[in-house]
Design a binder for this molecule. Structure first.
Ligand SMILES: *[C@@H]1O[C@H](CO)[C@@H](O)[C@H](O)[C@H]1NC(C)=O
Ligand SMILES: *[C@@H]1O[C@H](CO)[C@@H](O)[C@H](O)[C@H]1NC(C)=O
Ligand SMILES: *[C@@H]1O[C@H](CO)[C@@H](O)[C@H](O)[C@H]1NC(C)=O
Ligand SMILES: *[C@@H]1O[C@H](CO)[C@@H](O)[C@H](O)[C@H]1NC(C)=O
Ligand SMILES: *[C@@H]1O[C@H](CO)[C@@H](O)[C@H](O)[C@H]1NC(C)=O
Length: 410
């Protein structure tokens, strides 16, 4: 073969690989394991494989937060035993995880975030569902084999004057997420039990959180998680800034306008829209004498499109739930229903889009699956299933087991 033909062949051989992309995902499982997955996708044809697995985040890893700038992963333990473990991992170039710090906690953490200090990475805030607490820690977490209970930097206990209308609001407040505002100066805590959004002003130097007045949801909403949106895609600008929260008990999404006042941020409820077409919530499942309603899980935004996950709605089969897609009007921030599509998962507790906004990874808790679904960047609609695999042991219906969280490493 002549050198020219040789070069031509070499170039042709490169063409298909130019369209194949490999991505890395990190997954937590309520059994105690953390998995690294590799996704190989060529158009809408992809495959997933587990490339490594580890532990280190206690008995019940429930939530993952990945920081691309430091290549560190944080994991929190939902342990109901009155103590738990949180862990910091170095994410290696092959996606494998190396424990870099751990601490014993008071247990039942459901979410956490880093904040404060010169680069926003000096303190950690966590929320504990049943103890109704918000706990902060000064970083770094201790490395090495001797990891005592880390004395919290600050602990706040939430109270409510009277029980809420939903059965799950009778026993007290249930803080569910620790979310920074886009400036990193405020911490937002949706409280499923108390029907409020707690707001704290952050003292960046000391790490101290100072309580601002709560924002009230509608009775029985049960807010779980939130995400920020701005009409120009620049959440650093307060112009038109909105917070959207997903209501686990009300099965809806609430929009909030945001005002930065003297020392405090305030939220004004502007809209609530169902996570189901026309507000028609599917009937609860009666199982072993108890009733299990659908419960919305998470909200995410890409551009001017908003997505919410429904658990246990079974809209796409006996063990297949839905994702809701909405558009956001860039002029007003008003959210409009587009459609429901298959989550390709049972109990989609966690989902995240890749940075390009071309794929969503859905973590099905009970199915214990990771499903990768295509996203159309123009219409915002979710498309075909690209790849899916079971990761770890399947969960059992209605129990807190199976897969808990998924993040992209990008
Ligand atoms: C999808 O990719 C796999 C390899 O990952 C390949 O075996 C299969 O033929 C491809 N299918 C299509 C429809 O392209
Ligand atoms: C984790 O990464 C940091 C650098 O970011 C390094 O100093 C540290 O030794 C690593 N920890 C482990 C346990 O490898
Ligand atoms: C985003 O908004 C902030 C505050 O108004 C401004 O400083 C920054 O330049 C904006 N960034 C972009 C990319 O427009
Ligand atoms: C809150 O929003 C409502 C409806 O959008 C509006 O009428 C009201 O003026 C707002 N209140 C504040 C304090 O911004
Ligand atoms: C429906 O799913 C449940 C588990 O959620 C299972 O126990 C039951 O057998 C399934 N029913 C059918 C008809 O597949």
């Amino acid at each position: 073969m002549s050198p020219i033909i040789c070069a031509l062949f070499a170039r042709l051989a490169l063409v298909p690989t130019a369209f194949a992309a490999t991505s890395t995902l990190l997954v937590s499982h309520f059994s105690g394991a953390l998995f690294t997955l590799s996704l190989n996708a060529q158009g809408n044809n992809g495959s997933l494989a587990i490339t490594s697995a580890t532990g280190g985040c206690g008995t019940t890893p429930t939530w993952l937060q990945y920081y691309a700038d430091t290549k560190k992963l944080y994991c929190w333990d939902e342990s109901w035993q009155g103590y738990g473990t949180m862990a910091e991992y170095n994410v290696s170039s092959d996606g494998s995880l190396i424990v870099n710090g751990q601490a014993k906690t008071s247990g039942n953490d459901v979410h956490g975030v880093l904040y404060g200090g010169p680069s926003g990475r000096s303190y950690m805030a966590t929320v504990e569902y049943t103890p109704s607490t918000l706990t902060t820690y000064a970083l770094p977490l201790k490395a090495g084999p001797d990891r005592p209970y880390t004395v919290p930097h600050q602990m706040e206990t939430f109270y409510m004057a009277s029980p809420g209308p939903n059965d799950r609001q009778k026993d007290g407040p249930h803080p569910h997420q620790a979310l920074l505002d886009p400036t990193g100066k405020f911490l937002i805590v949706p409280d499923l039990g108390a029907d409020v959004i707690h707001i704290f002003a952050i003292n960046a130097a000391s790490g101290h959180l100072n309580a601002c007045p709560d924002a009230q949801t509608a009775p029985g909403d049960g807010p779980r998680h939130g995400e920020w949106w701005s009409p120009k895609g620049n959440t650093s600008s307060p112009d038109g800034l909105r917070l959207y929260t997903v209501n686990e008990l009300g099965n809806s999404v609430t929009g909030w306008s945001v005002t930065y006042g003297a020392g405090c941020l305030s939220l004004n409820r502007t809209q609530t829209i169902s996570t189901f077409a026309g507000g028609k919530i599917p009937a609860a499942t009666v199982y072993e004498g108890a009733s299990y309603p659908a419960k919305a899980a998470e909200v995410h935004i890409v551009g001017n499109f908003l997505y919410a996950a429904n658990r246990n709605d079974k809209l796409f089969g006996n063990q297949t739930d839905s994702l809701a897609t909405y558009s956001i009007d860039p002029a007003t921030g008003t959210v409009s229903w587009i459609e429901a599509t298959s989550a390709h998962a049972f109990y989609p507790r966690s989902f995240n889009f890749n940075k390009a906004g071309t794929m969503v990874a859905v973590g099905g808790q009970t199915s214990s699956t990771i499903s990768i679904i295509a996203r159309d960047s123009v219409s915002g609609k979710l498309g075909p299933l690209i790849a899916s695999m079971q990761v770890g042991t399947q969960g059992t219906y209605t129990n807190e087991d199976g897969l808990s969280s998924v993040v992209w490493v990008e």
